[in-house]
Design a protein. Structure first.
Length: 160
């Protein structure tokens, strides 16, 4: 078994850290009443499962990079794609941070419309009618579900 190095090593380390955090979270969730613990247990379990998958993939990537120079050329393509994927992930995180920062100012629905529209355009959905339809439909469904059906108020800001 090849020990992961480089990006695969960082993935393996992150997977182990997340696995430990999710184990601690599952132990802490056991202190809750049974009904209250159901949702956290599912979320911690999913997080643990995905970190195990990441750990397995990091070892598979380390084994593939140890095979030979022909696979090393393919590995350089993977590293170039990884940098593009890293940029996309960072942009997604930035979109979410801006969304969270603007919700108290402009309200959930106005900020949500801007967030969904911008994010869908960033993901490559170019026809504007699709962006508008999905944005309107998602926000209408959230409004009906939370404010009308459940009676839970979402943050309102300057506009709505």
């Amino acid at each position: 078994m090849q020990i992961p190095r480089g990006a695969a090593g960082r993935d393996a380390f992150a997977a182990v850290v997340v696995l430990v955090v999710s184990a601690v979270g599952m132990i802490k969730a056991l202190e809750f009443p049974a009904r209250a613990a159901a949702w956290p247990m599912w979320m911690w379990g999913l997080l643990a499962a995905f970190s195990v998958i990441l750990l397995i993939n990091s070892f598979r990537q380390a084994a593939a990079s140890a095979r030979g120079p022909a696979e090393q050329a393919a590995g350089s393509l993977i590293s170039r794609l990884w940098s593009r994927q890293t940029a996309r992930i960072l942009c997604n995180v930035a979109f979410v941070c801006v969304f969270v920062a603007l919700v108290p100012v402009f309200g959930f629905f106005v900020t949500g419309a801007v967030y969904l529209s911008t994010h869908m355009y960033f993901l490559g959905i170019r026809p504007l009618w699709k962006i508008a339809a999905v944005t309107f439909g998602a926000l209408a469904a959230l409004h009906l579900m939370f404010e009308r059906f459940l009676g839970v108020l979402v943050p309102h800001g300057m506009f709505f």
